[in-house]
Design a protein around this ligand. Sequence first.
Ligand SMILES: Cc1cc2nc3c(=O)[nH]c(=O)nc-3n(C[C@H](O)[C@H](O)[C@H](O)COP(=O)(O)OP(=O)(O)OC[C@H]3O[C@@H](n4cnc5c(N)ncnc54)[C@H](O)[C@@H]3O)c2cc1C
Length: 396
Amino acid sequence: MSDSTNDRAKDPLPKDRAKVVIIGGGIMGLGLAYNLAARGLTDVMVLEQGYLCYGASGRNGGGIRAQWSSADNIQIMKRSVEICKSFARKMGINIWFRQGGYLFLAPDEEILAGLEKNVALQREHGLDSRLINPRQARAVVPQLNTAGIAGGAYNPQDGIVFPWPFTWGYAHAAREMGVQVYPHTRVTDLDVEDGRIRRVRTDRGDVVPEMVVNATGAWSPVLAGMAGIELPNRPHRHEILVTEALKPWLSPMVSLLGHGLYFSQSMRGEIVGGISDPDEPESLSLESTTRFATRFARTAVEVCPSLSNVKVIRQWAGPYDVSPDGHPIVGEVAEVRDFIQLVAFTGHGFMMAPAVTELCAEWLVNGRKDPFFERYTLDRFRDGKTGFKAESMIIG
Ligand SMILES: Cc1cc2nc3c(=O)[nH]c(=O)nc-3n(C[C@H](O)[C@H](O)[C@H](O)COP(=O)(O)OP(=O)(O)OC[C@H]3O[C@@H](n4cnc5c(N)ncnc54)[C@H](O)[C@@H]3O)c2cc1C
């Protein structure tokens, strides 16, 4: 998708300084802007090179789940699910949140054993997840073909949202409180002097910041590079499609582990789904391919034969923002003061943003720094401190 508006002559920005300059108008940037403003810090500017929802935040599957393999991710997602429940009422925007559950299918005993461990951990953290056999999986989705399925895991509290109104909801509420949100404003360079970013250069003029937040998702290595910081996360295209609307028949998001397949039914009746591609090279390409449509259709129809007669109406692509250990890169960097990273959330940044941006604002405004912002800093890749078990519940 080209962003032709960036080629137009641009009006200069109406403001040339801000306490906090957030670069990236996706769910992370806008969620943080909202949460800062909600805590009284309103001298905040969000700079977005395209339209709001141009990046992964406008291109994802809307899956919201607490079924993870690490305690950190489970805890974060428990909070995010809570925020999702009250978001529509609080923000006055319908986010089409539906808690139909998430059903993970294991194609073999090894993956099933992993699910068993995860379910035990999730239950320790108070989730209602359960390990299920193929018959029980069919009780959740009667249309499933369970041949070749060893079992699965199911949590009825997981769900889906429609990502666009969710992102717009944060933007609107942040603006209402005084945050300046500027779409079609590309950051072109960062001037670093004496270990701080003194000037954020954009194609609409310069801004003098006190603090800069890198919330540019898959573009973040480029952005950080402008300040001389090398990030190890890399962009990978992830394709997705939507079918014609059907009568409601599919309650949970279904995911076939080991294949990276997932699909759910939106509240409007469409099936929305994707499949990861192990051969996808590193790139920021947002092009669509027939290879994806074919691979998705083949696997989805195997899992759910009734999908064979359904018409695809649209497909698109977005960037996954992938770090070497599958965990995000957040918090401070050693070389540049007051330059906060909020990136590398792979294929689950949307669902994590409500809780992560709340925690981040609590730190930046009230000084209460959650260990999350110490544990997942860039430093872990430098001093070999990482040692984190890779998250096993990433789809893609
Ligand atoms: C196909 C697909 C399916 C997914 N499914 C799910 C899912 O079901 N659940 C889930 O939780 N997550 C999912 N994800 C992942 C999720 O979408 C992302 O983790 C999340 O949206 C990241 O948000 P972000 O704000 O960090 O990045 P983005 O939404 O990508 O925002 C970054 C923004 O920065 C802007 N930017 C970049 N460079 C500059 C610059 N120089 N100047 C100004 N602006 C700039 C970009 O234009 C972009 O809008 C999926 C992703 C894809 C691609």
